[in-house]
Design a protein around this ligand. Sequence first.
Ligand code: SAM
Ligand code: SF4
Length: 698
Amino acid sequence: MLSWKIVAFASLCITCEKASAFSSSSPSRLSETSSSALHSTPESLIVDKSQGKKKWFPTKAQDALFTQYDTLVRGAFVRHVLLETEEMGDIAMKTYLRGDISGLDENDKLDPFGKLARDISACSKSREEAGKIGWIDNPFHPSNLGKPMINEVVSELISPKVIEDLFKARPKGGDVLKIGDSDGDKFHLCRIDDLLLDYVNQEKSKEDMEIQDSTLQFKQRGVNKVITDRSKLKGLGITPVAPKISELANDDESDENVAKSYHIATSGCQMNVADSERLAGVLENNLKLQIAEKPGNADVVILNTCSIRDHAEQKVYDALGPFAARKRRGEPLALIVSGCVAQQEGEALLKRVPEVDLVMGPQYVSRLGDLLDDVSRGHQVVATDPTLLSEDLSRPVRGHDMRAWVNVINGCNEHCTYCVVPGVRGVEQSRPMESILKECMELAEAGYKEITLLGQNIDAYGRDLSPKRTFADLLHYLNDAIPDDTIQRIRYVTSHPRYFSDRVIEAVATLDKVCECFHMPFQAGDDEVLKNMRRGYTFDSYMKIINKIKEQSPDASICGDVIVGFPGETEEQFQRTLDLMNEVKFDNLNTFAYSPRPNTEAAVWKDKQIPEDVKAERLQRVQRLAAQHGMERSQRYVGKTVEVLVEDRNPRNADQVMGRTRQNRQVFFDGNIDELKGKLVDVDIIEARTWSLVGQLR
Ligand code: SAM
Ligand code: SF4
């Protein structure tokens, strides 16, 4: 028998609180199958085809996990709709895909598949139970091979052939697949609600520990590397282990050996901020830790790192210094490095700073509890292998009580030649629309007024889902399903010009909750530079999008990112960047001087690197021009009345409040924050500043 207790907390729940299903029914093996070469190599895995001429990268999580998939996915929680003919299967799939939720009640909006099953399934049991079949083993998982175990209840609903076909398709959570039965006259729409992933197998690890004897030994368990023998510190013996965290702490454990407080230091983009909120959620809600009054006293310290910019790695090593010193002094402390630098450095980080207990890449945020469990047992853990992302069952600890980040797609399939993101965040993995809506509904219930949907390349949303979805579909779905008197504004970042579609422009122009604010990084104005960056668009095609936006949403704000001093950029080419800025007139611009990043292509174009003083001078010029445009864009509001959502007190003037327009411009005006917070108010704009406005409450 599999040890379900062990994997239970490693479950993920895609649409609803299905974790409870574990306690009720253990999955059982349905048929004996040979693992044979059923899964062939995906085309997209052929990397670096002809000496750097054309590169192919994995584009789906399942492709990136090609060799691991069968050892990672133990089982799936499946629901189905049974249909008598293939034609009916196609119609049902189309109905599901159309996602028309108007007229559905709130629960059905969150679960359109369940509604479909209740309405049309030819199987009475699935009609009664919104299609539920339950947990099914992956017949190709090594621990399931040669263990035939028929669960009669399940076998009445679905045949072994359908189950094999289901897992052969390497599904992800949220996927809906149409599969024919063995007799060919019945079809199933199968929805994967939940996947059971092999992250931690503690029983196996105990055996592993006994057979390990050398100093630094890594053992593959699931997808984590666990180091059982910590390396020696010069003159001090073995690195002190971390305090006990979570359930492993016994009642009789001395107080100082049990972790009570935590500190998270975050650097980088909104994605990292959102990740830190989720890490804090696991620590507070699952492990019952509290935020430390002083970082220096925390029992659990997480450095959530970013590697986009210069010297990121060195900064992390510097920041680790004082915490490592605490450990060397014998203080119990769990020291964790997460985020992009963790992913990039991996095991090397442990070798350089052996006091670190856990190195975890961004894909492991929701697994923090499992990983800390290992740390509690005295091990060091490196969790950086690619994996399927799981839904978080713990609620994030949000940094704000009125506006919140919501991840919609993780990772990036682009390979811009300057960027570390695909290397550290992995391939795109979209969350199912229903899971995103569920998170939004929870935020709505908690009184949030604004959400920002997050993705490195948000326009790519849904292309990895089965059936495919688009970002425009998601905007429509959320706008329709979120009740009007709750969340008032939906924002999103970041758009990629190569993927930006007319449907998104149309959605922004027509959907009442979606704000007229476009973040569209252009990076450079010159076509040759854009080509060398591998951006996939030109000056003209970028301007085409901007002009469409201006036509359909004349009031919209347009923001961007730009990099100056990209390898090989001439003064003339840099001028094209200024030309593009002059044509667009950005409301706001994030400006970067190119910095060579590890494992990126442009970093090794040695003879093309631009001297630092030239980059600095170009940066100043774009910043000056951006400020000029910022002021021009602010001035258009003067004398107008704008709708402002009030967020906070003005940090520099306690008698004033700060809110934002739909276009995301900050507005400061006199007012009482206790009365106004979270309210939509009309404000007359009386003064323009470069990046903000001053107004008077109407
Ligand atoms: N996915 C977004 C896109 O494609 O536009 C941006 C993501 S990246 C985290 C944020 C910004 O960092 C980029 O738009 C780019 O301007 C900047 N950036 C990324 N790598 C950089 C590098 N090596 N040097 C300087 N700036 C960089
Ligand atoms: Fe992906 Fe953006 Fe980085 Fe390009 S710049 S690789 S699109 S994250």
